[in-house]
Write a protein that binds this ligand. Structure first.
Ligand SMILES: NC(=O)c1ccc[n+]([C@@H]2O[C@H](COP(=O)([O-])OP(=O)(O)OC[C@H]3O[C@@H](n4cnc5c(N)ncnc54)[C@H](O)[C@@H]3O)[C@@H](O)[C@H]2O)c1
Length: 353
């Protein structure tokens, strides 16, 4: 982020040296930065995609975004929409993807139907968006000679292998159609590097959470859902006995992993898969207790039957990402939880007002 400030300060100085102005219009900043890289974010209106868009804009990069609003929301981009080249399009539309990839240096591919239960209900739809969609993105990126594609892979690829922590050399053992689709896309990433030389990096996200994660559906991530329910005084349900654990990863860590995956030398990362997590795990019971303190919820939790396709424990080994991408955990679980709950509090107030 400091680099952005430096660049902006630099552009201001030069413009002042010419003795021309006191404030810097957007178009001058865009002109001055025209040699900055151009990024395409697929799924730009989603939780992680919209966070990537903001981080890229803060660095002064040029951003194009596409989304079909199947789960994403225009409001996620509200104050930055005018600063990006946004296109409402489906990654299943190859022509739209060819147009979206034209002139792009890096693709951050986030678009997907990101839900285990939805994939169990409708595996065909999951496969279309999460596999066919990815192949379209790759074909378009290859044809446009994009420098690198960074893919939002998933820890669900590990499935219920009992060994912890999960490391990238383990044989994947996906359970749900969603996990199979995410793994298939990862393999396509590797294949496009091997067959066409398109540089690809897959980041296996472990339970990413933070502001703008959609809390509104039963398919939402557990932290988003619980935060909103508890702020409203509604009783949350834990599926299982609550000893299920997750490596909850605050959004800033995932954003930084993407930026590092674009910048790392090809010899370190091209055609490879990396865990993106914190290497700490928290049970759902502990999560409920932590949220109780932050939300002021006075009630208890309800326990329900386990859900098909869910895995019991999840914890990442992050040494490969540290070694090859220079990845570091920037924000731990507790420090990420506070701004997250604050954001849901503001959302709840806005809805009430
Ligand atoms: N959030 C997590 O914990 C997590 C964990 C592992 C992997 N991932 C992956 O990260 C990515 C982003 O997830 P998220 O949590 O931000 O979910 P999200 O639902 O907020 O974002 C996904 C975005 O993709 C868009 N999209 C879906 N299908 C599309 C299509 N066919 N064409 C264009 N846009 C489409 C949606 O409208 C949405 O904006 C997904 O690929 C997901 O599988 C997320």
């Amino acid at each position: 982020m400091a680099a952005t400030g430096d660049r902006l300060a630099d552009s201001k100085q030069k413009l002042l040296w010419c003795g021309r102005l006191f404030c810097v219009p957007d178009k001058f900043i865009r002109y001055h930065h025209k040699r900055m890289a151009k990024y395409l974010v697929t799924g730009a209106a989603g939780f992680i995609g919209s966070s990537l868009v903001r981080a890229l804009l803060e660095r002064g990069e040029q951003v194009r975004g596409i989304d079909n609003f199947s789960t994403g929301r225009r409001e996620n981009l509200s104050e930055v929409l005018h600063r990006i080249d946004f296109r409402e399009a489906d990654i299943l539309d190859l022509e739209a993807m060819h147009q979206a990839c034209a002139g792009v240096d890096y693709v951050l591919h986030e678009a997907a139907i990101p839900s285990v239960p939805k994939s169990v209900l409708d595996p065909l739809a999951s496969n279309r968006a999460n596999v066919d969609g990815t192949v379209n993105v790759l074909v378009a990126a290859r044809d446009a000679k994009v420098k690198r594609v960074v893919y939002a892979a998933s820890s669900s690829a590990y499935g219920d292998t009992p060994a912890l922590p999960k490391h990238e050399a383990m044989i994947p053992n996906p359970i749900s159609p969603y996990a199979v689709a995410k793994l298939a896309s990862e393999l396509y990433m590797v294949s496009f590097y091997r067959c066409y030389g398109l540089e690809t990096v897959s980041l296996r996200y472990f339970n990413v959470f933070g502001p703008r994660q959609d809390p509104s559906s039963p398919y939402s991530g557990v932290l988003a859902r619980f935060s909103m329910q508890m702020l409203r005084g509604e009783q949350p349900t834990i599926f299982g006995d609550g000893t299920t654990s997750r490596d909850f990863t605050y959004i800033d860590n995932a954003v930084s992993a993407n930026l590092l995956a674009c910048a790392a030398p090809a010899a370190e990362c091209a055609g490879r898969v990396f865990n993106c997590a914190t290497s700490q795990r928290t049970t759902l019971n502990q999560t409920f207790d932590a949220l109780k303190k932050l939300t002021g919820y006075k009630g208890s939790v309800k326990y329900g039957p386990e859900r098909g396709g869910d895995i019991q424990h999840s914890l990442a080994d992050i040494t490969q990402a540290q070694k090859h991408l220079g990845y570091k955990v920037l924000v731990n679980f507790a420090d990420g939880l506070r701004p997250t709950v604050e954001w849901y509090k503001n959302q709840a107030r806005t809805v009430e007002a």
